[in-house]
Design a protein around this ligand. Structure first.
Ligand code: FHN
Length: 423
């Protein structure tokens, strides 16, 4: 009875007042830092190293004893986030390897009990976030390559890392809910929980309704999102798109083109993996990342950009460099991104539009092939059209086919030429 009433409660989920406020805050925030950090960073081969290198559980269990991030400085991380123009952090409390980066009482497989460092980095980060006014979300993997009751059937793994073939599934879910309870009670008010990994066992009974009710009961303002790659389930507060703009599927992850009415978020890597990778120097350019962020904003979606800190606790210098450059751009152009919503013209090859709360529309021209561009008409007649930089009048004419813009070469900017439109 208890469980079915919970299911009912989720099916009819009405977000609380606090939750609705969080959603507004989230949509205003627009830009956050994703952090994949765990004992896997020691091996410098991404966060999937246990699975990819077929490391047996017993061998992988030796890794935590090498994890000693003596250069970790939470204040430095959070100051960098602020300089980068980001408003929140989403950090891995537990990734697929099952290792808790926080102090857990329901398992000894955690940073305090098993590493020479012995300190709860999640707590240190949370305290600093509180000090500097940054919200903290917890990424939490539902998939667990370590827990004895998370038995590998289908999906990833197939047992080659020495995981059992059978187990007590309910025990595993109880364990997960116990760790979530810790995360929602020991760290003050958090932004929310970012789930990942239920795609590994599509037919399992994840007892979602129970987990979601638990979270909403413990912290009504905490937002739930899940990277299950399908359309949102009842009880979720935001919809996520992995490495693709909402509705797109160029990477093969997103199995739905449904863009729900929930707040949206897109996450992206700086190189090819989420966790620290010693060899992958294939960093995306500042231009590409800024333009992706702008397009995401054009969909009304947040941009959650990832870094994989090194095992010594430092953020890779190349990533810091990119983030600071993006922050500089936002210092100048942030008004056209923060606190906006998706604009009247959906993103196109040439760019995107955003709309401010006072009705000002920003046209972001990301790709200008020449000086003339025809864009779709706006819902109302234009009152004034000026360059965001400098405020000069824009040459344009409203035609039956759309708005014909003339943007001389000297007015075209590096990443994004922004027009301010009053209607
Ligand atoms: O397998 C994970 C991966 O390691 C990473 O955490 C990303 C982040 O979106 N999500 C999963 C793949 O869908």
């Amino acid at each position: 009875f208890a469980v079915s009433s919970l299911i009912f409660a989720q099916e009819n989920y009405q977000p609380s007042k606090e939750n609705l406020e969080s959603r507004e805050w989230f949509q205003d925030a627009k830009y956050g830092l994703f952090i994949h950090w765990g004992v896997y960073s020691i091996l410098g081969d991404g966060e999937w190293v246990m699975n990819n290198q077929k490391i047996p559980v017993k061998q992988y269990e030796r890794l935590p004893s090498f994890f000693n991030p003596i250069d970790f400085d939470a204040a430095e991380w959070v100051s960098m986030v602020k300089k980068a123009g980001m408003k929140y952090i989403t950090i891995t409390s537990k990734h697929h390897d099952g290792f808790a980066m926080f102090d857990s009482d329901v398992s000894e497989y955690d940073i305090v009990d098993k590493t020479p460092y012995g300190k709860d980095v999640i707590k240190m980060l949370k305290d600093e976030c509180d000090k500097q006014g940054i919200k903290l979300f917890f990424y939490h993997s539902q998939l667990d390559w370590h827990h004895p009751d998370y038995f590998p059937r289908g999906g990833t793994g197939s047992g080659f890392t020495g995981r059992p073939q059978n187990g007590n599934w309910d025990n595993y879910i109880d364990y997960m809910n116990a760790q979530l309870t810790e995360l929602l009670t020991n760290y003050g008010e958090i932004g929310g929980i970012w789930f990942d990994g239920m795609w590994d066992k599509k037919n399992a009974d994840w007892r979602l309704a129970e987990t979601y009710s638990l979270i909403h009961e413990l912290q009504p303002g905490a937002m739930i999102g899940s990277n299950h790659h399908v359309k949102p389930y009842p009880g979720e507060d935001f919809q996520m798109f992995e490495r693709d703009l909402p509705g797109e599927n160029t990477m093969g992850f997103n199995q739905t083109n449904t863009i729900s009415a929930l707040p949206l978020e897109m996450c992206e890597t700086m190189n090819g993996t989420w966790g620290f990778n010693l060899q992958d120097q294939n960093y995306k350019s500042v231009k590409r990342l800024i333009q992706t962020m702008v397009k995401a904003s054009g969909y009304g979606a947040n941009f959650l950009l990832n870094t994989g800190p090194m095992p010594n606790g430092e953020i890779q210098p190349e990533n810091v460099d990119t983030l600071i450059k993006m922050g500089k751009w936002l210092e100048k152009y942030g008004e056209t991104i923060y606190e906006t919503r998706k604009g009247p013209i959906a993103p196109q090859d040439w760019g995107a539009t955003t709309i401010a709360k006072d009705g000002t529309v920003y046209i972001h021209l990301l790709e200008l092939k020449d000086e003339n561009l025809l864009i779709p008409s706006l819902p109302e007649k234009i009152n004034s059209a000026t360059y965001f930089t400098g405020g000069e009048k824009v040459n344009y004419s409203e035609t039956d086919y759309g708005i014909l813009l003339n943007i001389p070469k000297e007015k075209q900017e590096n990443y994004d030429t922004i027009l301010t439109i009053k209607m």
